[in-house]
Write a protein that binds this ligand. Structure first.
Ligand code: FE2
Ligand code: FE2
Length: 312
């Protein structure tokens, strides 16, 4: 017979699991603050996948060839799938998916601010794949070792698909760079618009990121925002050279001593402004999501009625 464990013993057990680098699973006891943090992070991630379908989704009907349309359709569909895995992972922590969606469309939960920027040309599709999915990979590969089991396992599959997304973006840009001067200019213009926002995807600088220490202690996060941002810059510069584009940063240069690239200061006021709702497309993104939710209400009702009928 097992004795009932006290809260202190449960807490010790939880810490012990973390210290052995083992996973926390849905049936395990966990501190309420850990659960809250995890739900917030997973929900924000799920919302980003779903909202992230919009900037590229608008190009599906305008893709320049059947091949590009098929690739883009598959990519946007993958993002929907990522959202679904993640909402399911949040449900293992007791969150309710309808409630999370409600929090998104009422502005009580956030999504990545990168998806509040517009996509005026088809080169944006390539640059999102290359830079935005590329930054997402840098952020997410370490999350495959995150302490919460369902999240970590979901991230393994998501990262494999993100890696396809990045390659398709790079391949699209390579093709455009081999095209006309107008196409090359279009690529450079898109790179100029996306470079700085992509650096902001790693979040505020470490000295202004109050939650990082706790998330690292819980092994939810494995690296700080600035470490990941540096890794992304170091990875992206040689790729830009291979492509034949430049990043809009005169201070970007190799630092032999650090064996890394130095880069110029990031305009954090812009990130704060876009996060707080004042980005170029915030209102449009949420309005679209709300409309989709309302338009789909009858489908959810019909599915629920059908399930009840079958059960009876
Ligand atoms: Fe994704
Ligand atoms: Fe992606």
């Amino acid at each position: 017979m097992t004795a009932v464990m006290t809260e202190a013993e449960l807490e010790k057990d939880f810490e012990h699991t973390l210290s052995r680098d083992q996973r926390i699973e849905p049936r395990d006891w966990l501190p309420e603050a850990y659960r809250k943090t995890m739900v917030r992070q997973i929900a924000q991630h799920a919302h980003s996948e779903i909202i992230g379908m919009q900037p590229e989704g608008k190009w599906i009907t305008m893709a320049p060839s059947l091949r590009r349309k098929a690739i883009l359709l598959a990519k946007v569909q993958d993002e929907a799938g990522h959202g679904l895995y993640l909402y399911s992972a949040a449900e293992t922590l007791g969150a309710d998916r309808a409630d999370l969606t409600d929090k998104l469309i009422s502005g009580r939960q956030k999504y990545s601010s990168i998806f509040n920027y517009p996509t005026p040309t088809f080169a944006d599709v390539g640059v999102i794949g290359w830079l935005v999915d590329g930054a997402a990979i840098c952020n997410q590969v370490p999350l495959c070792r995150s302490s919460y089991g369902p999240y970590a396992r979901g991230m393994i599959r998501i990262c494999k698909e993100e890696s396809f997304h990045q390659r398709q973006g790079f391949e699209l840009l390579m093709t455009m760079m081999r095209g006309t001067q107008a196409q090359r200019d279009m690529v450079q213009d898109a790179v100029n618009r996306w470079w700085w926002p992509s650096l902001m995807m790693f979040g505020p600088p470490d000295d202004d990121s109050p939650n990082t220490a706790q998330s690292m202690a819980w092994k939810i996060k494995r690296h700080t925002n600035d470490e990941l941002r540096q890794r992304y810059v170091d990875m992206s510069v040689p790729q830009a050279e291979a492509l034949g584009v430049t990043f809009p940063d005169p201070e970007l240069k190799w630092n032999a001593e650090r064996e890394s690239y130095d880069f110029g200061p990031i305009d954090w006021s812009e990130l704060k402004r876009v996060i707080s709702g004042d980005g170029p497309c915030n209102a449009e993104r949420i309005a679209n999501r709300r409309k989709a939710q309302e338009d789909g209400a009858w489908v959810r009702e019909a599915a629920t009625a059908h399930a009840k009928k079958k059960e009876a």
